[in-house]
Every structure is written in structure tokens, then in C-alpha cells.
Write a protein that binds this ligand. Sequence first.
Ligand SMILES: CC(C)(COP(=O)(O)OP(=O)(O)OC[C@H]1O[C@@H](n2cnc3c(N)ncnc32)[C@H](O)[C@@H]1OP(=O)(O)O)[C@@H](O)C(=O)NCCC(=O)NCCS
Length: 150
Amino acid sequence: MTTGPIPQPRPATRDDVDAVAALERACFDDPWSADSIAAELAATGRIVRVAAAPDGLLGWSSTSVVAETADLLRVAVDPSTRGRGLGRLLVDDVLHRATESGAERVLLEVAEPNTAARGLYAATGFREIHRRRRYYADGADALVLERVLP
Ligand SMILES: CC(C)(COP(=O)(O)OP(=O)(O)OC[C@H]1O[C@@H](n2cnc3c(N)ncnc32)[C@H](O)[C@@H]1OP(=O)(O)O)[C@@H](O)C(=O)NCCC(=O)NCCS
């Protein structure tokens, strides 16, 4: 799973839910459940995307769009595939889809110690607009980042 071509993101379907839940468990201490992921798919105003290789799901993103503001709720890449550009591909894909949906900006929250995610967001044009002190259970601050869409 680590050496094949990086797959292009596509819309997620119900058939992807279990694989996304497995990816969540591989990527987060607080993974979203299959039920939560299915609810994302069913919700209005959601952009849910997956990057699937022939032998498995390598990444996903979920974004909420309400009027002019999109919220990037989740982006994750399988640990076997990190550092090869898929995270950037997923975020760029979100920026395009959010623009198509009429959004004018994308917001997200990231834990200050999450250096990989902060590097990814800096590389895709996000800037810090706010800090939520001790926002997470472990005491870490949350940084609120914004990307203005063209
Ligand atoms: C954050 C994450 C999605 C990055 O995915 P990725 O596929 O490894 O990222 P990419 O290979 O596309 O890297 C894009 C840019 O991000 C930055 N970056 C990626 N990993 C980094 C790291 N470990 N440290 C610093 N910057 C990093 C770099 O600027 C990189 O650009 P470069 O390769 O030109 O230097 C991945 O580490 C992940 O799934 N982490 C766990 C889940 C998570 O924390 N999600 C975000 C919070 S919801």
C-alpha cells in the first residue's frame, strides 16, 4: 500500500463507511465511529471525499459548507502513505469543492502540537486567526486557521 500511485479523491459512498472507520482508528486517538461517518454522508452541506487505492482506502476528508463558510472537519492519510503528497491533494481537493459550493473561506481547528497537520495547512495557504486555550482534553491549545478562497 505504500508504493503505488497516489489515488485521486472521489466522493465517498455508503460502501466506504467501514473502510473510513478503520482509517480513523489508524489515525486518531478519538476516531469517528462508522455511525458518525454514515451520518456525515447523510447530512446536507457536506463534502465527503475518499482516496482509494485498489487494495484499500488511503485517505479521506469531511467538510461542512454553510453559506459562505466551509469547515474542514477531518482530513487523514493512512500512516503507510504519509509524506507522499496525499494530504496536500486532499486539502487542495477540499478547496476546489468548497469554492464550487459557493464558499468564500475555509475554517478549521488544529491542535498546536500537531506539527504534521500544521505544516500541511501552512503549505496549503491557511493562516492562524484565533487561539482557543486548553481546548483539548490533554490541555493543548486549538489554533483556528482560515483559508480565504479566490
Ligand atoms: C496531517 C496529514 C493528513 C498529512 O498527510 P501527508 O499525506 O503526510 O501530507 P503530505 O505528504 O501531502 O505533505 C504536505 C505538506 O504538509 C507538510 N507536512 C507533512 N507532514 C509533515 C510533518 N510530519 N512535519 C511537518 N510538516 C509536514 C509539509 O509542508 C508537506 O509539504 P512537503 O512535502 O512539500 O514538505 C497526516 O499526517 C495525518 O493523517 N495525520 C493524522 C491525522 C491528523 O492529524 N489530521 C489533521 C487533523 S484533523
